[in-house]
Design a protein around this ligand. Structure first.
Ligand code: DC
Length: 228
């Protein structure tokens, strides 16, 4: 199927499988995949490693603001980099997950990440996943998808993912972190997680990956008049 050079925005709650879906579409249709959450996670990892987040979770906002110019975040083929270090694994720990939502609610952090995303978006033929891509970062994206799934299904997915990575998570902790992030992400003042009015909703609680790609294909066929 010949999809034109467009921007696809994939937003939705935590652990709805946005990145798995976006990577699949990127592979199948030769799009550049960008994980905006990885940039918020990278800033959070930096803050944790530089004493900007206290034991009790309090954030030294002035300290973080003063450090923003030193945070060198980039995407390379093998993942997210902080300076010369590949941090793809380090940004996915429960520790980073439990601090990333308050960090991503800070307006200057959002401006920092948005600048990077806009630069990548200039390339077009991009699929980007996050919370506010279709509403704030690329409000003119040609295709907007809002992904959702039940909390139980999402927590189980995150739990299985962590187990696979050799971690030893407690299901209740994973669920608690997920619900907390849902709440903070959708109630923050700047760019809260919300469905863009023109986004197509995909509830993938009971969908296979194959069904998700068929769904996307159908959407593009209808939208761009593609016949194959
Ligand atoms: O997609 P993720 O779970 O890796 O995202 C990590 C956090 O980053 C998530 O809790 C909210 C935040 N985020 C955001 O606020 N806006 C985005 N576009 C992407 C992620």
């Amino acid at each position: 199927m010949n999809i034109p050079d467009i921007i696809v925005a994939v937003d939705g709650y935590s652990s709805t499988g946005k990145s798995t879906f976006a990577k699949l579409v990127a592979d199948k249709y030769s799009f550049l995949y960008l994980d905006s959450g990885a940039l918020y996670r990278g800033v959070t990892l930096y803050a944790l490693e530089h004493g900007i987040i206290a034991e009790d979770g309090a954030i030294d906002e002035a300290g973080l603001k003063a450090s923003m110019d030193s945070i060198e975040l980039d995407f390379r083929t093998d993942g997210t980099y902080l300076g010369d270090r590949c941090v793809e694994k380090d940004i996915r720990t429960l520790e980073v997950s439990s601090h990333v939502s308050p960090i991503s609610a800070i307006p200057f952090v959002r401006a920092f990440v948005d600048d990077k995303l806009h630069a990548f978006g200039k390339k077009k033929r991009v699929i980007m996943d996050g919370r506010d891509i279709g509403t704030t970062v690329f409000p003119d994206a040609e295709v907007k998808i809002f992904m959702t799934a039940s909390a139980e299904v999402r927590a189980q997915r995150r739990f299985d993912e962590m187990k696979m990575k050799g971690e030893d998570p407690v299901f209740e902790d994973v669920m608690k972190n997920l619900l907390e992030r849902d709440y903070i992400d959708s109630h923050r003042e700047v760019s809260p997680l919300t469905r863009a009015a023109d986004a197509y909703v995909m509830d993938n609680s009971d969908m296979t990956l194959h069904e998700e790609t068929v769904w996307f294909q159908g959407l593009c066929q209808g939208k761009f008049g593609i016949l194959e």
